[in-house]
Structure formats: structure tokens, C-alpha cells
Design a protein around this ligand. Structure first.
Ligand code: 13P
Length: 240
């Protein structure tokens, strides 16, 4: 169950979240708990998470290790502040910051090179869904993102299906709609690893709908924005 905090939380707020959460989840062993935070909060967040079962991730990275790339942050830098995961190609990155399947692919390889577990996001817009293009869009995104990936890499990769029309809108894909796309994605993956790859659903996951969504055979977890910003609500997602 991954939280994507987006552009919320100062370092202190991030650390306070973990301090409040950790004692309440110390007996959770059947789920991975991951909090993905803004770059500026990562150090304090991972310091607070030391000795807990909570993992820390970033929301983006740049594909070069270092260099003259003003404003960017690299995989080794994320490792140095305690990240083990990184979200790549979130629809907000694609929509507002010009990310493409090609840049997602470069970022994926940068993450893998430095043993950061990448969470690769795909998803269609409302216009694409209404135009019956969902499967074509997803297939193009998957093929582009994973170009050149070999079998040894696959088990480190996590995929998140996030229909753009369901993000932050309160409109969740129905469990059947989500399941349909998750099953489609799994079919696109190499057969020998497909069942081992975690495919997360994202888009208005909340305590009221988490159980039904997670009950679908091809939904392996959630990537959650709004409902992961408060400890009580995130806790309900963990203990559904
Ligand atoms: P919401 O849960 O706020 O809809 O956001 C989903 C998301 O974008 C997670 O990456």
C-alpha cells in the first residue's frame, strides 16, 4: 500500500506522520507499506522510518547520476537519503512536466541500475476512455516504458494503473473496470514473470472502497494520494 504524498508535507510533518503511524503498524507483516514524499522531506522521513517496517520512496528522479542538470535529483542521491522505491511517469509528471514513455524508460533504467524499485505509472485520460482507446493507450505506455527490459529486471518492477480521470476526482474506477485493465496489463508482461509482478491501482482509493478494489484477482495493492495524507485514513487502507 503506497502513499504518494505529491506536493504535500514539510520534513517535520513527514517525520511526525511516521512517528504516529509506526507503533500502530508494527505487527503488519503481510503488506508492504511505502510512503513517497517530496525530495525535501525524504531525509527526515527515512530517519523517522529507521527500525520500522515502513519504506520510503521518491516521486520522481532524473536518469543521469550527476551533472549540470539544474533542479534535478538522481538515483544515487535518493539512495543516499534512504529511498528504496521511486515513482516514475506519474500522470501529473506526464501532463504538467512533459514526461513521455521515452523519458519514463530512461528513468526506469536509472532506478534499476541503482537498486531502487521503480513504480511505473500508466493510465488513460477520460477522452481516451470515452474514445475506446484505453487498451491501445495502455499497451503503448507499457511497451514504451519497458523497452529493453530483460527477465532479470522484471521482478524488481512495480506497475501502477492510474486512470487519469479517477485521480483526485473522487471518481474511482469500479473494481470491474480496474480489474479489466490490470488483467490486460498482466497479459502484456512476459508469461514466466507476469504473476510475480505487482500491479497497483491508483485513483481515489479510500477506506470505503479499498477492500473491494483489493479483492480483485489482478489488483495487488494501491497507490494512494489524498487518502494517504492522514495517519488515520492511511491506517484504514492498511488494515482493511
Ligand atoms: P488520489 O488517491 O488522490 O486520487 O491520487 C491518486 C494518485 O495519483 C496516486 O499516485
Amino acid at each position: 500500500m503506497a502513499g504518494n504524498w505529491k506536493m504535500y508535507k514539510t520534513p517535520t510533518e513527514a517525520a511526525d506522520f511516521v512517528k504516529a503511524l509506526a507503533p500502530q503498524v508494527k505487527d503488519v507483516h503481510d503488506k508492504t507499506m511505502l510512503l513517497c514524499a517530496p525530495f525535501t522531506a525524504l531525509q527526515k522521513l527515512s530517519d523517522a522510518a529507521v527500525g520500522t517496517n515502513i519504506a520510503v520512496g521518491a516521486e520522481n528522479l532524473y536518469w543521469e547520476d550527476e551533472g549540470a542538470f539544474t533542479g534535478e535529483v538522481s538515483a544515487p542521491m535518493l539512495k543516499a537519503v534512504g529511498c528504496t522505491y521511486v515513482i516514475i511517469g506519474h500522470s501529473e509528471r506526464r501532463q504538467y512536466f512533459g514526461e513521455t514513455d521515452a523519458t519514463v524508460n530512461k528513468k526506469l533504467f536509472a532506478a534499476l541500475k541503482h537498486n531502487l524499485l521503480p513504480i511505473i505509472c500508466v493510465g488513460e485520460t477520460l477522452a481516451q476512455r470515452e474514445g475506446n482507446e484505453t487498451f491501445k493507450v495502455i499497451e503503448t505506455q507499457i511497451n514504451g516504458a519497458f523497452q529493453g527490459v530483460t527477465n532479470s529486471h522484471w521482478t524488481s518492477i512495480i506497475i501502477a494503473y492510474e486512470p487519469v480521470w479517477a485521480i483526485g476526482t473522487g471518481k474511482t474506477a469500479t473494481p470491474a473496470q480496474a480489474q479489466e485493465v490490470h488483467a490486460f496489463i498482466r497479459k502484456l508482461l512476459p508469461k514466466d514473470v507476469a504473476n510475480d509482478i505487482r500491479i497497483l491501482y491508483g485513483g481515489s482509493v479510500k477506506p470505503e472502497n479499498v477492500k473491494e478494489l483489493m479483492g480483485q484477482p489482478d489488483i495487488d495493492g494501491g497507490l494512494v494520494g489524498g487518502a494517504a495524507l492522514k495517519v488515520d485514513s492511511y491506517l484504514k487502507l492498511i488494515k482493511y
